[in-house]
Write a protein that binds this ligand. Structure first.
Ligand SMILES: C[S@@+](CC[C@H](N)C(=O)[O-])C[C@H]1O[C@@H](n2cnc3c(N)ncnc32)[C@H](O)[C@@H]1O
Length: 224
């Protein structure tokens, strides 16, 4: 089975900690492209799965969200939650951080209370059944019309990109906990059609590493 469990993720990211912030060489441009498409100026309540050190949350709260918008971040790693708490302390009660398995227990948020569900380089490390659970948790947390916003490793199209994603996929397939379990996926293809309407998808590559930028709208309870 591909992907890693919450326990394996906790063990890796408790060790990896602040090193995560050194991945900007392939992540930064793709994260910026995602945030530009996420309609954040109209967001009221953002939930982030796998918030890591709080790097993206800080960007959101400082530069993109309305001053009264709230943010809830969840991460299975106590190291990551500790780093995020320090980093986001100045935003006070606008921020809630939860240490826990976002694919396990129900998210601590009322159904339909959020309008953005964000994940940056987090969904691609999940096992398929955990990914399905997180997508269902996102569907429940979002109000109809809310946006699922993900940037994740994906398969490249050009020669170098294909070689890099093939090699990356092989390393992780042989030892899933290496590279934090992250491997190239096609998230758009994994989204159930009856729950999500794609709004935007693009693939950006940096130094041969390809990222899928995906925004999808949660469908309403009646067909839309
Ligand atoms: C590759 S890091 C990305 C961190 C951050 N989103 C960023 O872009 O810098 C993946 C994060 O997902 C978290 N994670 C992995 N599995 C998880 C789970 N089941 N529940 C909550 N967080 C999880 C890890 O602890 C880690 O912080």
């Amino acid at each position: 089975m591909t992907g890693i469990s919450a326990r394996e993720a906790k063990s890796f990211y408790d060790w990896f900690g602040a090193r995560q912030d050194a991945q900007g060489w392939y992540e930064d441009r793709a994260i910026a492209a995602l945030l530009a498409r996420a309609e954040l100026d109209r967001a009221r309540h953002v939930v982030e799965f796998g918030c890591g050190t709080g790097r993206v949350a800080e960007l959101l709260l400082r530069e993109h969200l309305p001053a009264d918008a709230r943010y809830l971040g969840i991460d299975v790693s106590s190291t990551m939650i500790g780093l995020a708490r320090e980093r986001l302390a100045s935003f006070g009660p606008r921020v809630t951080l939860i240490e826990g398995d976002g694919a396990g227990a129900p998210l601590p948020i009322a159904d339909g209370a959020a309008d953005r569900f964000l994940a940056t380089y987090a969904l691609e490390l999940l096992r398929p059944d955990d990914l399905a659970r997180v997508l269902e948790a996102a569907r429940r947390a979002l109000a109809p019309g809310g946006l699922l916003c993900s940037v994740n490793l994906t398969h490249g199209a050009g020669g170098i990109e294909r070689a890099v994603s093939w090699t990356w996929g092989r390393i992780v397939a042989l030892a899933p906990a290496r590279l934090g379990g992250c491997r190239p996926i096609d998230l758009a293809a994994a989204l159930p059609d009856d729950a999500w309407a794609p709004v935007h998808r693009e693939v950006l590559s940096a130094y041969g590493v390809s990222s899928e930028i995906l925004v999808a709208r949660r469908r309403g309870d009646t067909a839309d």
